[in-house]
Design a binder for this molecule. Structure first.
Ligand SMILES: Cc1ncc(COP(=O)(O)O)c(C=O)c1O
Length: 471
């Protein structure tokens, strides 16, 4: 390895290596790096939208950590145990038992993925115009599921979450003072608190147990249902153990149980810490709410013991939930992500600190500082990263969140490029390749061309927008 290529002048500059993972590779999927001329052609054909790049033309795919995990041999074997009975299948009861063991909740409702859990819960709570749902920061689908019902989704994350450089251990926390005053100013109108752990929209930042306890007290005093959006619960638990006073010697399973005991239930996308490619669930203790959801779901998801999933999917999810609180695995995962962050930081690449649980977020406005916002600097950088190295990343910034008022753009505070790291998929060699490629592009960043939007869809712009380069 030529260390100069990744901007390290000597071995003493080298960050500590991450803990190696507690598994070995049994099966591989081949990937290739298409030649540069082909990558340019692909980008053009894709209308400079990374969602349109065929995945077989991607060498390393950092588009998302959702549904992209590698399953273990135990999960693949569990698929064979899938009971495909329409109702009351064995596989459901196995999943229910594991969720009860890991989270402690009484009732379990499988769903085809996280957003169905959101849809059903907000429907059962009858969220409507004039109501509020409050969060540290809502994930897009969670926000959309609140807002399609006419209610308003309100983010009350601590102000420091918007400061890229501010290093706080729990930058995903809710601002408790803001929460208290919002609840008292809108008495009776806050219909649910949804706490996202870890906070995906804020860069995978964790929430502390102390913060969760305070939210829980406010929720109970005011009779507001308190749910965790727990897609990345295990990563949050790992951060609590390693960053919060009093938890260093505690077992991860115990910390998880304490965290879940403070909430009334969870909405879960199993595609992250469930270590599966599809699936999700709701788990809760409120019998009345459970029965409402059961009745609603038959129309859209299926019978309550399968919720849109095959029996084998339930088995794989049950096994994934058993595996994910392995401390050795979580350490190697979080350290692998942080190692990539450190390699990029050593090369001066501007990024969000501290490093998140599931990915590294680059600061697109500094990366392509020569481009005005009207030329989509972060998205242009994501396209340049593909052109440069066949790595797919995604813009989480203006393209996703900017609004138009009277023909003028209103830009969001943060304009980021997310490098989401799939679980158990890429090795340290891949991490070096990513760090080397992005470092090199950063050194040549003045070559990144701005983009002009040629097609602007009316909703969820980033999925379907088309562009051309500004020569
Ligand atoms: C925090 C969070 N909540 C909910 C969801 C939605 O889950 P799904 O994609 O399974 O519908 C996601 C997906 O990325 C997420 O990150």
């Amino acid at each position: 390895m030529d260390f100069n290529k990744i901007g390290l002048s000597s071995l003493s500059d080298f960050p500590d290596l991450p803990t190696p993972p507690p598994y070995k590779i049994k099966m591989v999927e081949f990937t290739e790096i298409p030649p540069i001329e082909e990558r340019r052609k692909i980008l053009k054909e894709a209308g400079y939208n990374v969602f349109n790049i065929p995945s077989e033309k991607i060498y390393i795919d950092l588009l998302t950590d959702s549904g992209t995990s590698a399953m273990s041999d135990q999960q693949w074997s569990a698929l064979m145990r899938g009971d495909e009975a329409y109702a009351s299948a064995r596989s459901f009861f196995r999943l229910k038992e594991v969720i009860h063991e890991v989270m402690g909740y009484e009732y379990v409702i499988p769903t085809h993925q996280g957003r169905a859990a959101e849809y059903l819960t907000f429907n059962a709570l009858d969220l409507k115009k004039g109501d509020f749902a409050v969060s540290n920061q809502f994930f897009d689908t969670t926000r959309a599921n609140v807002e399609v019902r006419g209610a308003k989704a309100v983010d009350l994350v601590v102000e420091e979450a918007y400061d890229l450089k501010r290093e706080l251990p729990f930058k995903g926390n809710i601002d408790i003072e803001k929460l208290e005053s919002f609840v008292s100013e809108n008495e009776g109108k806050v219909k649910i608190i949804v706490l996202t752990v870890t906070n995906n929209s804020g860069g995978g930042q964790p929430v502390s147990m102390e913060n969760i306890r305070q939210i829980s007290e406010i929720a109970r005093e005011n009779n507001i249902p308190f749910f965790l959006d727990a897609a990345r619960f295990a990563e949050n638990v790992y951060f609590i153990k390693n960053r919060e006073r009093g938890y260093g010697d505690r077992d991860l399973k115990e910390i998880a149980r304490e965290m879940f005991s403070l909430a009334d239930g969870v909405l879960v996308s199993g595609k992250k810490d469930g270590l599966v490619n599809i699936g999700g669930f709701i788990a809760l203790n409120d019998k009345e709410l459970y029965w409402k959801i059961r009745q609603l779901m038959v129309v859209t998801e299926g019978f309550p013991t399968y919720g849109g999933l095959a029996g084998r999917d339930l088995e794989a999810l049950a096994q994934g939930l058993r595996e994910v609180l392995n401390e050795h695995y979580l350490r190697s995962r979080i350290e692998q992500v942080a190692f990539l962050g450190k390699l990029l930081e050593k090369q001066g690449v501007p990024l969000l600190k501290p490093f998140g649980g599931h990915g590294i977020y680059l600061d697109g406005l500094s990366f392509a500082s020569h481009l005005p916002r009207e030329q989509w600097p972060s998205h242009a950088t994501a396209c340049a990263i593909y052109e440069y190295s066949a790595i797919r990343t995604v813009e989480i910034g203006s393209l996703m969140f900017a609004e138009k008022k009277d023909g003028e753009w209103i830009w969001p505070k943060l304009d980021l490029i997310r490098l989401a790291i799939p679980r158990r998929v890429y090795t340290l060699d891949h991490i070096f390749y990513i760090a080397n490629s992005i470092g090199e592009l950063y050194r040549n960043r003045h070559e990144i061309k701005g983009l002009r939007m040629t097609f602007e869809p009316p909703v969820l712009r980033h999925f379907n927008a088309l562009f051309e380069p500004i020569e």
